[in-house]
Each structure stands twice: as C-alpha cells, then as structure tokens.
Write a protein that binds this ligand. Structure first.
Ligand code: SAM
Length: 326
C-alpha cells in the first residue's frame, strides 16, 4: 500500500500522456511559453503501462488519462484498451477538451472508457475562440451531446471559473443541469504558470454559489466512491447535478489520494508543488520492478501536507499544466 507521512492512502494516479494540445487556453500558459517536450522525452505507452502495473501492485486502483490533449496522441485508443484491460483497476477515466470527441467517440467507448470529463469554459462560440485561440466550440458541443447519447455516465463538464471572463455564464451552465443529465463541475482557477489572469477579482466557490443560488435550492448529494474532493448538489427535480472543486478556498489536501505521472515521466506528489521524482531515467536504464516500486514509495514520501497557493499568488509554481495534466 502507498501511505504517506500523514497517513493518507494513495490509490489514484493521474497520467498525462502528452504535453501537446490542440487548444491554447489563455489561463494554461506555462512559464517560458509553450515549449514542447521532444518525442524521446515523452513516455512511451509501454512505459506508462509498466508504471501503472507497478502502481497497481502498490494499491493504485483508479487512473485518469489526461494531457495536454490526450486524444491528440497517436495510438491513444489502443493504449486505452490495454489500460482498461489491466487487472486491478476499478476505474479508468479520461479528461479531454472535446475537440476530437465526436469523431472518435466509438473508439473511446470500444476501448472500455465509461466515464469522461470534458472541459468547457463558455457556452459562446466567440468567447470560446478568445479563451482557447480556436474556433472549435461547435465540435466540443457536438461531442458533449454525442457522449450523452452514447450513454457515457456521467458526462462531466469541467468549467474553470475565470474571473472577468465567464462569471456571467455560471448560471447558464448550472441551468443546463435542470433538463440535461450533465454533471457540471465548477473548478476554482489556480494561478499557476505564466498567465495569471485578473486575480484582483475573486471568483471562488463561495461567490459562485451565491450566483447559483438564484436558480433554486441546491440540495446536497452524497459523494460516490470515485468522486474525489467535489462537493455535489442538485436542484430539485433536475436531470443533472452541479459540483464544486475548491483547491483554493477550501483545499482538500487532507484527503488527497493522488499521484501524478507527467508526460516526461516524473511522479509528481502534488499538482501545486514543483517537487517531483524522475521515473523515466531509471526505467530506461533497466530498473527492476522493485526499483520502480521504490520510486513510487519515494514520491509518496515526498507528499507535502498541504499546498500554500492562494487566489492571487502562484507561490512560484513553474510546472507546466499540460505536461502534468491538471
Ligand atoms: N486537454 C484536457 C482538457 O482540456 O480537459 C486535459 C488537460 S487540461 C490541463 C485538464 C484540466 O485542467 C482542464 O479542465 C483545464 O481547464 C484545467 N486547468 C488548466 N489550467 C488551469 C488552472 N490554472 N486552474 C484551474 N484549472 C486549470
């Protein structure tokens, strides 16, 4: 079992399979610009699978595939199939920006993925282009609706609350759940990377909840086993749900059960701390399974008690979101 110094059990691995992305979101710009890892620096699929298998032996039971944009990586569907076939994983999910969802939805489903999170921060085509740099709103929206039709359950929509950018749309997102079975997740913007946006204006969950209470009473929903740190609610009679993820206003570090595997092959104990442990170099130098297990243990031993990020201050984090995976 992976247990850290603070008695937290680590059973969840988030894997960024690429640092490449087909969007250029204004709030997801690393320090030093959008540099790309060289191909040889990115973990190969067989390396990721070996790492995951070792993780499973140590108690990892949940894996989320993320990026960059995972669906841009060649061979991803075959990789997902292999991953979902591994014994010992109770949950394999995918986070995507949805741009390539519509054309690949059958392949995702055939690969055994049942749960999918799609990131979308606006319901307006023009604003989508401003936020992401690309005119792909229609592709994402069609992909989202197809995911519902195809029976993905739940279809979660990740909405990062961006002060001064989409605060006027939070209610519209929440209203979608009245008639559609979406699970909308409002996520507090984390000021990391190069482009810290408008942090003079607060848009944390207490403010977001105040916006959304006009729609109706928000009835708490009990968290399921795979839910993580979300606070779930439902409007009376609604088809879907809303939820809040509060890395800033009420961080959930005390219940953190995660490790992250970056695209460059590092185990990162905390998203919001740049400390990470190199797994790729030993792996490529012929490390045994025992040696790989020891690196997992080392990464878990490095887990900090809690991060110290505030709404206005990045505390110097330079890690690249797209290589870490969010
Ligand atoms: N490309 C995929 C996607 O868009 O979902 C996966 C990678 S993306 C880095 C994962 C998530 O991180 C997205 O929901 C994105 O909005 C979120 N994210 C990126 N930068 C963020 C920030 N500074 N604060 C909060 N969430 C952020």
């Amino acid at each position: 079992m992976l247990i850290d110094r603070y008695k937290r059990i680590i059973n969840y691995l988030r894997v960024s399979i690429t640092d490449r992305c087909n969007l250029e979101c204004i709030y997801c710009v690393p320090y030093g610009g959008r540099t790309k890892l060289l191909h040889k620096e990115i973990l190969r699929y067989e390396e990721i699978l070996r790492i995951v298998k070792t993780g499973i032996c140590l108690g990892i039971s949940k894996v989320r595939i993320t990026g960059g944009e995972p669906l841009t990586r060649k061979g991803v569907y075959e990789f997902l199939s292999k991953l979902t076939s591994l014994d010992g994983l109770s949950d394999v999910s995918l986070t995507t920006n949805g741009v390539l969802l519509k054309q690949n939805i059958d392949k995702i489903q055939d690969a055994g993925i049942k749960r999918i999170n799609i990131s979308i921060d606006t319901l307006y085509k023009e604003k989508f282009k401003k936020i992401t740099g690309h005119d792909y709103f229609h592709l994402v929206w069609e992909g989202i609706n197809l995911a519902l039709k195809k029976g993905f359950n739940p279809v979660k929509l990740n909405v990062v609350a961006l002060p001064g950018i989409n605060d006027d749309e939070l209610t519209a997102f929440a209203r979608l759940t009245l008639t559609n079975p979406f699970h909308i997740r409002f996520i507090e913007y984390m000021p990391i990377g190069a482009d810290i946006i408008n942090t003079n204006k607060r848009l944390l969950v207490p403010e977001i909840k105040a916006y959304l209470s006009d729609i109706g009473e928000m009835i708490p929903v009990k968290n399921g086993i795979n839910d993580g740190p979300v606070m779930r609610y439902k409007y009376k009679g609604a088809a879907g749900e809303i939820g809040f993820i509060t890395p800033i206003s009420n961080h959930f570090c005390s219940t953190c059960n995660r490790l992250r595997l970056t695209a460059s092959g590092h185990l990162r104990p905390c998203l919001l701390s740049d400390r990470q442990v190199d797994l790729k170099t030993p792996l490529r130098s012929g490390a045994s399974d025992k040696e790989i297990s020891d690196i997992f243990l080392k990464a878990v031993a490095c887990k900090i008690l809690e991060h110290n990020l505030t709404a206005a201050d990045s505390s110097g984090i330079i890690g690249q979101m797209q290589a870490i995976g969010g």
